[in-house]
Design a binder for this molecule. Structure first.
Ligand code: ZN
Length: 486
């Protein structure tokens, strides 16, 4: 079995390999920033970091192509750091270990970082190339896309010179994206006075794991289980069937990932634990049946643990569990005029309760700004009723599709010429940086596309090998056919 260095096109995979060797979780992009700037400078190209931390590299047109519109090739340098619980990996230090499995490149127990490492590697291949034909190029490699898009948000209106932006951060080869969802972070907070644990109690930890998780936008329509929702449901029934009280609840760790694991500690009256094992076993069976065949690895376990110091007062506990059950989660509405496309959704991503504090995080998305506002308000209502303070932050607009875009027409034609079929043209249910960059540069003509990835943002992330070659060929063909300057 070869390494990814043996894959074609070699000029893309070799750069992707280099990227796997450089730690680049969101929030820790110093090393990758330095690497990219040095890469550009090493090629003799104008390379710099803008005021917010994005890397910009400019490459002049090849001979005879000076009269083309200038193109911005855009990708993000950071990656989502997710790993399996039994994988030992420090995303700030360790390289990503990749392997080939049939037509796929995967990572050992961690996210692969093909989102968006393959976009960055493709840009590097184009910048390095000597034989390609292209007009003036500008690479824009943004920072921290996965945790709030601070690079795109901070990009000033006088940095870029290009007229066309090709965003290389979508995940289905053969599709051209012409619009995207906006989003808003909803955070519900509460401080409470802890309650002493009464004598004759026993503490139990309930652990729910083995869920598939995934991207909270792209995979929200697949009906996967949400660990926070499921655990809240289980605890609600447990509170009714047993004399017990919640001490802590913790689930999910990324706002834009469907939570895969959640656990809670409950304190039981020592004389009322009979039947607990069966309760858990029955519940596991029930959930497994409901989610077959979407989920196949759901595990629900209970074990006795050390007694926590305090529990959550009953009223707070009940309000919390009620609000978690009532909170909208999953697809709320499809786009009325675009078939099979999610318009509005929410992801109950992170729940942390215990030691006097409750925090609940939700990501609400919609390509329709007014529907996004309606969903956000309904989430505010839900958690306000539970007595929590609800904050909205990190709001960003969607990207309005333009079906008359010149680059869209050029790319549809070039795809058809090259592969014999029309590419699909879609609106993506995820926040692309196009929405934000487009707000700062309203005249940009934009398209987002990429090779085929599966399960990004999860340790099952994988990149389809044949699609990387098609994608690269299409990038090359597109650059050759960029419209003339007006
Ligand atoms: Zn991405």
């Amino acid at each position: 079995m070869g390494t990814i260095l043996s894959l074609a096109p070699q000029n893309v995979w070799k750069h992707f390999y280099s990227l796997t060797q450089i730690p680049r979780p969101s929030g820790h992009v110093e090393k990758i920033t330095e690497f990219l700037v040095n890469f550009g400078k090493g090629l003799g190209l104008e390379s710099f970091v803008d005021g917010v931390g994005n890397v910009i590299i400019r490459k002049p047109a090849t001979p005879g192509m000076e009269n083309r519109k200038s193109v911005i090739l855009q990708a993000h340098m950071d990656m989502v750091p997710q790993k399996n619980n039994d994988t030992i990996h420090d995303f700030t230090k360790d390289p990503i270990e990749t392997y080939i499995d049939g037509d796929w490149v995967k990572a050992k127990g961690t996210t692969l970082g093909a989102d968006d490492g393959l976009g960055v590697a493709t840009i590097m291949a184009v910048l390095e190339s000597k034989g390609l034909k292209h007009g003036p190029l500008e690479a824009l490699i943004t920072k921290d896309e996965e945790t709030g898009m601070s690079g795109a948000f901070g990009l000033k209106s006088d940095v870029l010179k290009g007229e066309i932006l090709l965003n290389l951060d979508s995940e289905e080869e053969g599709k051209l994206y012409i619009g995207c969802a906006g989003g808003v972070d909803i955070t519900a907070l509460l401080d409470y006075k802890e309650e002493e644990v009464t004598a004759d109690s026993v503490a139990m930890k309930i652990t729910l794991k083995g869920l598939r998780g995934g991207h909270s936008g792209l995979e929200i329509n697949e009906g996967r289980a949400n660990a926070n929702k499921l655990l809240a449901r289980i605890i609600r029934d447990m509170l009714i069937d047993f004399d017990c009280q919640l001490s802590s609840f913790e689930g999910g760790n990324m706002r834009n990932a469907i939570p895969r694991e959640a656990h809670a500690v409950l304190v039981f009256n020592a004389s009322d634990t009979e039947g607990l094992e069966d309760f858990i076993k029955d519940y596991e069976f029930e959930i497994a049946a409901e989610y077959t065949p979407i989920e196949s690895g759901i595990s629900l376990r209970i074990e006795q643990v050390e007694m926590p110091a305090t529990v959550i007062p009953e009223e707070i506990q009940d309000n919390l569990i009620d609000s978690l059950l009532a909170c909208q989660n999953g697809v709320m509405r499809m786009i009325p005029i675009v078939p099979d496309t999610v318009e509005t959704s929410s992801n109950l991503s992170i729940v942390k309760a215990g030691i006097g504090k409750v925090e609940v995080c939700i990501l609400a998305r919609s390509s329709c700004d007014t529907m996004k506002e309606f969903l956000a308000n309904s989430l505010v209502s839900c958690f306000s009723m539970a007595g929590m303070k609800v904050i909205q932050s990190g709001e960003y607009s969607g990207w309005q599709p333009n079906v008359d875009s010149p680059i869209l027409h050029a790319m549809k034609l070039s795809y058809k010429q090259q592969f014999g079929v029309e590419p699909a043209v879609e609106v993506i249910h995820a926040g692309l940086e196009c929405g934000i960059i487009g707000a700062t540069y309203p005249s940009l003509d934009m398209i987002s596309f990429g090779p085929t990835l599966r399960s990004p943002h999860s340790p099952n992330e994988r990149a389809n090998i044949p699609s990387v070659a098609k994608f690269y060929d299409f990038v090359v063909a597109t650059l050759e056919q960029i419209p003339l300057k007006k």
